[in-house]
Design a protein around this ligand. Structure first.
Ligand code: SAM
Ligand code: SF4
Ligand code: SF4
Length: 334
């Protein structure tokens, strides 16, 4: 079967797989406690795709152009036996890149098992090094040191680690330099992601976004940076290297310089919806297809049809889009 193209000519290359909608953090920009509190109903177990179902979908999509998969959530490390899923996915011969994004809290105890199962690399989200601020931004009473332990454990296990950080105006701008210096010293690539208007509850407003250019300028006054040329198409981060050779840093400019024309990514939610944009209102039901006994060919045809109708470019149109109910970040996985 030929590789599908969407209505703007973009191929499908990259799949985010959310393995749970639950999380052990309550970051106010993603799962504010007043919405995701005691009364919130998470997905019931039977609605969640099994490892066998996820593997069927990934395996089918690897046959039509997907070569990167990232496990996410909610918090992916809350999914029981995650290394077993990694083992199954790593066995798909054509999958070139198998990564995971995590808040890192449970990473110390699972890094080695994930590496042994075949995970290629890990991204840890970390918005502050200051312990009090970290707890506030993560909605947790756990110390930041637990996340740092997880990061170190991943590296010791042989997993390349990147750190993702979202800076919000007036909240954690003072963490830019400490985080950059910590990552430089420890040898991790840090990426700053612009704060986005995902979901429906984080009270996002344009003034709370700190543009990547501003963060870069702030860093450059301490550490000169050089653009890394030749980054591959579809790579979302703008990459720079420290002029003194102390590694790389990246910026994901989702708000100030949208990159929809190079967006080759679909998302599979924990309950089996195929979502073609982070800002979508809903997704296409792959679970129903799987549970009706569809074979690989039928899964490919279904996904190719959904992808073929895609014209998403929310970030490019943001200002012109009418307010609407969007999918939640903790459901779609980032
Ligand atoms: N729980 C895991 C974690 O935090 O890494 C994986 C899922 S989380 C939804 C994925 C990423 O989304 C995290 O890096 C988080 O910082 C990012 N994120 C959540 N809400 C965001 C927002 N409003 N703007 C930008 N990034 C956001
Ligand atoms: Fe949980 Fe990740 Fe959302 Fe924070 S960003 S609440 S860690 S899913
Ligand atoms: Fe891709 Fe949608 Fe983000 Fe544009 S707004 S880059 S189409 S996920």
């Amino acid at each position: 079967m030929t590789e599908p193209r969407d209505l703007l000519g973009r191929p499908l290359r990259d799949l985010r797989v959310s393995v749970t909608d639950r999380c052990n953090f309550r970051c106010p920009y993603c799962m504010p406690r007043e919405v995701f509190g005691e009364a919130h109903r998470f997905l019931p177990k039977n609605d969640i795709l099994s490892f066998e179902e996820i593997t069927r979908v990934v395996s089918a999509l690897c046959g039509i152009g997907v070569h990167k998969v990232r496990l996410t959530g909610g918090e992916p490390l809350l999914r029981r036996d995650l290394p077993e899923l990694v083992r199954r996915l790593a066995a798909i011969g054509t999958l070139e890149d198998l990564a995971m994004t995590t808040n890192g809290l449970l990473l110390a105890m699972s890094a080695q098992a994930l590496k042994d199962a075949g995970l290629h690399r890990v991204t840890v989200s970390l918005d502050a090094l200051d312990d009090q601020l970290f707890r506030r931004l993560s909605g947790t009473d756990r110390p930041v040191e637990h996340v740092l332990d997880g990061i170190r454990a991943a590296r010791l296990a042989g997993l390349p680690v990147k750190i993702n950080c979202v800076i919000q105006r007036g909240l954690n701008e003072d963490q830019v330099l400490p985080l950059a210096e910590w990552c430089r010293d420890e040898g991790y690539t840090l990426r700053f992601i612009e704060y986005m208007d995902v979901g429906n509850h984080n009270r996002w407003h344009a003034a709370s976004v700190v543009p990547a250019t501003e963060i870069r300028a702030r860093l450059e006054s301490f550490y000169p940076l050089e653009a890394v040329e030749g980054a591959t198409r579809g790579e979302v981060a703008r990459r720079y290297r420290y002029a003194d050779g102390a590694g790389e840093i990246g910026f994901v400019t989702s708000i100030t310089e949208p990159f929809c024309r190079d967006c080759h990514r679909a998302r599979l939610t924990a309950d089996g919806k195929l979502v073609t944009c982070l800002f979508a209102e809903n997704g296409a039901d792959v679970r129903g297809l799987l549970r009706s006994g569809a074979d690989e060919r039928a899964i490919r045809q279904f996904v190719a049809r959904v992808w073929g109708q895609r014209d998403d470019r929310y970030s490019e149109l943001r200002a012109a889009v009418q307010p609407r109910k969007k999918i939640e970040m903790s459901y779609v996985g980032g």
